[in-house]
Write a protein that binds this ligand. Sequence first.
Ligand code: PMT
Length: 222
Amino acid sequence: NTKKDFAGKKVLITLGPTQEAIDPVRFISNHSSGKMGIAIADAFKSRGAEVFLVSGPISIPFRSADFHLTKVKSAHEMYETARKIHATMDICVFAAAVADYAPAVIASQKIKKNESEMSILLKKNVDIALELGKLKQTRQLHIGFALETENEETHAKAKLDKKNFDLIVLNSAKDEGAGFQHDTNRVKIIHADGRFADSGLISKSEVANLILEEIKKVPVWI
Ligand code: PMT
């Protein structure tokens, strides 16, 4: 792709999982590999944008020299980093799989095995996309993701409205070859006005370029 149709644009992308510490050796996390986020980053970079990555712990290879990269672990760190640069961005893509809850306290020492049952009290994490959505300026575009297992479209549309997204990219954790870990994905890209595009099962790189095409159809795009 040689067209530089995103030249001059600053793009923030959150990606990967977050890790929420339980004690010095354990954490709560999820299966996000960061592949979808990196594919979007590569698409923006090759089409001329300046890309700022806020990445949870990922181990896939990528051209880190192409991006401004901040590595984070917890949802709280991801939020603090994204918040600091948000105001100067043109486009924000929330591709991270952020843990919704974190242990209420992080044990300072490794928790010892003792009783046959144990429980960990969790508290709600900050919702990064929701909070930054409240700060969205009219010239800014926010693109969210929705990873669902049931009533996919209803849930995705509700998230779009609640988090002030311009576009939401719906993927199903139940679809073969889609979602976490795969090199492919199948997405439905839904606009705030209800228009949508279905990708079919294609590579994450092709999905990324399709998302960029849909971004260009959003009214605030100049
Ligand atoms: O990384 P891969 O292995 O390639 O997998 C890609 C992916 C499945 C992780 C990606 O395509 C994806 O769907 N990412 C979002 C997963 C998710 O957390 O969805 P959600 O429906 O729980 O969240 C909705 C939106 O709010 C997302 O844009 C999410 O980034 C954002 N969010 C959620 C919770 C939170 N505390 N802060 C957030 O910003």
